[in-house]
Design a protein around this ligand. Structure first.
Ligand SMILES: [Mg+2]
Length: 281
């Protein structure tokens, strides 16, 4: 996560789940089993492997981490993030909890934490109101469990088949009126205060690092801001933004989907770095 002395300052900000790492259910492998790519385990949970990337993707990431200011940017809580084991993780900057926490060498940045606390005061209702709305009666079919993330935001484990489609729209509108945003990713439905964004934390790291070029990758609506902020962006051909048909002039969409899209994203970033920092080659 530190560029070489001669390298131009390039910052790479990437989402993790369904962008770089994939659960068994989100791999979307379509070729026959004997042609499947070799994989590495990126996360173990309850003593069982949970998230993966291809071996080629891990090798690409190793090179990218060495040659750029690489910043993992995730909606995972600190505890959930700490389970992810990938090259370079644990040193440099990382954005967790959807931007509420900025880690530097594994420790929360106190200045950023103060900034977040101040910004939560204005324009959005307290977490308890949203929690009450989600857990109150009548119970919503398909809303299985409701959790809070480090007291910053709320997410629900959902059964998408059972969840009424009108409910998502109603909840989105209800949240919007109260300064919160929603995002549905896999089996998780997130409700997040509007001031807590990945892009605000990424902009702060960019300012501190003095990076001239920002490359970003992500797959969900919570990533739209970092893709907008970036000079060069890429997203996989799956996920919420793909369903939304999210496009921008500076945004590339992978040709692959699933775990192979993760590898394609890293190959794309590797190419960008090769062009931006030719002296390093
Ligand atoms: Mg994601």
């Amino acid at each position: 996560m530190s560029p070489g002395i001669d390298a131009a300052p390039v910052m790479v900000a990437s989402d993790l789940d369904r962008t770089l790492i994939y659960s068994a259910n989100s791999m979307a492998l379509t070729a026959s089993d004997q042609l499947a790519p070799r994989m590495v385990v990126a996360e173990v949970y309850d003593a069982a492997p949970l998230s993966f990337m291809t071996r080629a993707a891990e090798e690409l990431l190793e090179g990218i981490v060495e040659r750029s200011v690489f910043v993992p940017v995730t909606t995972r809580t600190r505890a959930q993030f700490s389970r992810v084991r990938l090259p370079g993780f644990g040193c440099g900057y990382a954005v967790t909890t959807n931007g509420a926490v900025l880690l530097h060498d594994g420790e929360p940045d106190p200045g950023w934490s103060r900034h977040i606390q101040r910004s939560l005061g204005a324009g959005c209702v307290p977490l308890s109101n949203v929690l009450e709305h989600l857990t109150g009666s009548p119970a919503v079919p398909g809303l299985l469990r409701v959790r809070t993330a480090e007291d910053f935001f709320v997410y629900s484990i959902v059964d998408r088949q059972q969840l009424p489609s009108a409910y998502l729209e109603e909840l989105g509108a209800w949240c919007l009126e109260r300064g919160w945003t929603t995002s549905l990713q896999g089996r998780k439905l997130y409700c997040v205060p509007a001031p807590i964004t990945k892009e605000a934390a990424v902009a702060e790291v960019r300012r501190r690092s003095g990076a001239e070029l920002l490359v970003a990758a992500g797959d969900s609506r919570l990533d739209a801001g970092i893709l907008e902020l970036a000079d060069i962006a890429i997203r996989p051909a799956h996920g919420e933004l793909h369903s939304d048909d999210f496009t921008r002039a500076h945004l590339t969409v992978t040709s692959a989907s699933g775990v192979l899209a993760g590898e394609e994203i890293l190959r794309f970033v590797d190419d960008v770095l090769a062009q931006a920092t030719p002296a390093a080659y």
